[in-house]
Structure formats: structure tokens, C-alpha cells
Design a protein around this ligand. Structure first.
Ligand SMILES: Cc1cc2nc3c(=O)[nH]c(=O)nc-3n(C[C@H](O)[C@H](O)[C@H](O)COP(=O)(O)OP(=O)(O)OC[C@H]3O[C@@H](n4cnc5c(N)ncnc54)[C@H](O)[C@@H]3O)c2cc1C
Length: 345
């Protein structure tokens, strides 16, 4: 029987594990993946952080690159691996927890191969669970390659011919940008009125400005935090206005439907698409946890990670407390708060 089990071994998990290790707590991390940093390594090959190095540190260990540097995914995974080894963090991989319930005062966690028991559980399974793809994807011809951004690695996965990229978030525009550099025809489906912000402004990084203006620290219960959490996220580091004007990119409006090889958009129908990258986001999945109440967005109800079930906690959810809650550098404040809370119990 453990005192604490953390589900998930990403950055949110490691940030709270740091505090538990420091107090010599009897704890364990379990994770469905096979290695530290796996969620980063699975993302597309050319991915670069939108946060500069000085905003990427977990508690107790600086992110090891110079100020103003935007690390790639391999460097993030290396940092997380070094963190685990520096603080001797105990992790059991290949353990996807498929059910969690509380019986009397004990939490019982089950994976396909093992049962774990613990007095407290911290769910740090990340902000992104089930890839979401619009329903019309089932009507699309098998001749067209369809990839969700979760599985997109590089243009090498695509067949010759035009590609459609759907989705106007950071992932969508970065992938659109990369594919457009191959010079083949690219269609973009999504909102073209998105706000994009440059990574540097007046000699300072965007993240520096965010930190000075309170954008990262405004909490979701404050007036400004309420407004920010409900407004759309700006795209960071991609100049979308210039991108959308590129000669080989055609913006086609929202995707409405599909019929075999024909894609139907707000503005037109198109028949020559050979590949589709769906950068259409993710849906949360907490249905394996017995007894938790979800909010309107299907995330567990909690206050700063503390749920209504005694001993059950969350970390790393989008806007758990602030805009920074689901970022490398932002999770440490939430982890510290949660650790203080749990220590007083
Ligand atoms: C494309 C992209 C770019 C990003 N860029 C930045 C950036 O530049 N800067 C920044 O600060 N943030 C960035 N983020 C946001 C955030 O930092 C990452 O999403 C980060 O991976 C979240 O860390 P996490 O520990 O909360 O979750 P994850 O890294 O997703 O880790 C969750 C872990 O939980 C495990 N897990 C899930 N379910 C179960 C289960 N049932 N049982 C056992 N294990 C389970 C998974 O295997 C995984 O290892 C980016 C996110 C994306 C998607």
C-alpha cells in the first residue's frame, strides 16, 4: 500500500513527485507509456516549444538551455529524463490505469496486469486524451490518407498530391506551414481571423511580456482570468496572415461534410485532396474514475487540483488555476500548492 500514487509520468507528475521525493514520501508513479518524455517524443518531428528556456523549468532544476532559446521536442524529453534521474523518481511504465475507485479509505487502481492500492491519488494524465476528428471523416474515401495531428510526424507520411489541413490552433498552423514548404498544394480549413503573436516583441520574448502583464498568473476565479480562460487562444510564433497568403495555400472555410473523394467546405467543394491532417484537438477522458463529477467542459470539478473526493487530486489540467497550469514552467506553482495542501491533511 502506497501513501501516494501519481497516474501519468509527464511534467505535471514530475513537478509534484519532486516535493514527494524531498519529504521521502512512500509514493509511486504509474504511466501507460514506455519511457519518460514519451508524449513529447510522439509529437511531430520539427516541433519547437513556443516557450523560451527560462520559462520551462520544473521545481529544483533549471531547463538546460540559454535564455531566449526555443527547445525542440527531443531536448524537452532529455530534460525530463535528467529530472527523473536527478531526483530518483520511481516510475512503473506500461501501466495504463483503466479503473480507479475508492473503497473505504483506500483507492484501488487497475491496469491490465496489476492492481495498486494507495491512500491518495494524483491524476496527472495530461490535458489531451482522445483525439477528436469531425464525424464526416468516416465518409471519406480510403484512397485519401487521414492523420490526426497526434500521429503527424512529417510530410514524409503524405502521398503525392494536395493536402488538407484542418484546424486553426497552434498545431494546425505549424503543420500547415511545414507542409506548405514542400511546395505541393495545401488547403486550409478553419478560422482565418485568428490572432497570432510573434515570439519576440520590442527586444523581449512574448513570454516575458506575458509574465509582466499578469497573463500567466491571472487565476480563473478572478475577473480577468474568467475573461482570458473563455477567450480563444492566440497562435504563437507563426505569422498566420503571411502564411495564408502563400501561393500554394488555399483557405476554404469550415469543413462541413465529405462524400468519397469530395470534401465540402463553407466556400466550395474540392475533389483533388489526397491527404488530410486533422488538427482538430482532443476531448478529455476521465470516465475510468468512479464517482467524480465533471464540469461543462467534461473536466473534473476541483479547486486548484483538490477534488470533492477526499485524497483524489488533479494536476496539469488546462486552466487548473491559471493559463500557465498546463505548461512546463507554469505547473510548478500548482504542484507546490497541492503539495502544501496534502501535507496539512
Ligand atoms: C503540440 C504541443 C505543443 C506544446 N508546446 C508547449 C510549449 O512550447 N511550452 C509549454 O510549456 N507547453 C507546451 N505544450 C503544453 C504542455 O506542456 C504539454 O501538453 C505537456 O505534455 C503536458 O504535460 P502533462 O504532464 O500534464 O501531460 P502529458 O505530457 O500528456 O503526460 C501525461 C502522461 O499520462 C499518461 N497517462 C494518460 N492516461 C493514463 C492512464 N489512464 N494510465 C496511466 N498513464 C496515463 C500518459 O502516458 C502520459 O505519459 C504543448 C502541447 C502540445 C500538444
Amino acid at each position: 500500500m502506497k501513501d501516494y500514487i501519481i497516474i501519468g509520468a509527464g511534467q505535471s507528475s514530475l513537478a509534484i513527485a519532486y516535493h514527494l521525493s524531498k519529504q521521502n514520501a512512500n509514493y509511486l508513479i504509474v504511466d501507460a507509456n514506455t519511457e519518460t518524455g514519451a508524449p513529447w517524443l510522439k509529437r511531430w518531428n520539427s516541433l519547437k516549444l513556443f516557450t523560451p528556456s527560462e520559462f520551462n523549468s520544473l521545481p529544483g532544476m533549471d531547463f538546460p538551455h540559454e535564455k531566449g532559446y526555443y527547445a525542440n521536442k527531443y531536448e524537452v524529453a532529455d530534460y525530463l529524463k535528467a529530472y527523473v534521474s536527478k531526483f530518483n523518481i520511481p516510475i512503473k511504465f506500461n501501466q495504463k490505469i483503466t479503473s480507479l475507485k475508492k473503497e473505504k479509505d483506500v483507492f484501488i487502481l487497475k491496469s491490465d496486469t496489476k492492481t495498486f492500492e494507495t491512500k491518495n491519488v494524483i491524476i496527472a494524465t495530461g490535458p489531451f486524451h482522445k483525439p477528436f476528428t469531425p464525424a464526416c471523416h468516416t465518409k471519406i474515401s480510403k484512397e485519401i490518407i487521414q492523420i490526426h495531428s497526434e500521429h503527424y510526424k512529417s510530410p514524409d507520411q503524405l502521398q503525392e498530391g494536395a493536402t488538407l489541413v484542418v484546424g486553426a490552433g497552434d498545431s494546425g498552423v505549424q503543420i500547415l506551414n511545414e507542409i506548405s514548404q514542400t511546395n505541393s498544394a495545401v488547403y486550409f480549413s478553419g478560422n482565418t481571423n485568428i490572432v497570432s503573436l510573434p515570439q519576440e516583441f520590442l527586444g523581449k520574448t512574448l513570454w516575458w511580456w506575458f509574465s509582466k502583464t499578469g497573463f500567466l498568473t491571472a487565476h480563473k476565479y478572478s475577473w480577468i482570468g474568467k475573461k482570458l480562460s473563455k477567450s480563444g487562444q492566440p497562435v504563437i510564433g507563426t505569422d498566420v496572415k503571411t502564411l495564408f497568403k502563400k501561393q500554394n495555400i488555399t483557405c476554404v472555410g469550415r469543413t462541413l461534410d465529405a462524400d468519397g473523394e469530395t470534401m465540402i467546405f463553407e466556400k466550395q467543394k474540392i475533389n483533388d485532396i489526397k491527404n488530410i491532417v486533422w488538427a482538430t484537438g482532443f476531448k478529455p477522458n476521465f470516465n475510468w474514475i468512479e464517482g467524480i463529477e465533471l464540469d461543462d467542459n467534461h473536466y473534473p470539478k476541483n479547486y486548484r487540483g483538490v477534488s470533492d473526493i477526499e485524497g483524489l487530486y488533479f494536476l496539469g489540467l488546462p486552466w487548473l488555476y491559471t493559463r500557465g497550469s498546463a505548461t512546463l514552467g507554469g505547473v510548478k506553482k500548482d504542484a507546490e500548492y497541492l503539495h502544501n495542501y496534502m501535507s496539512k491533511k
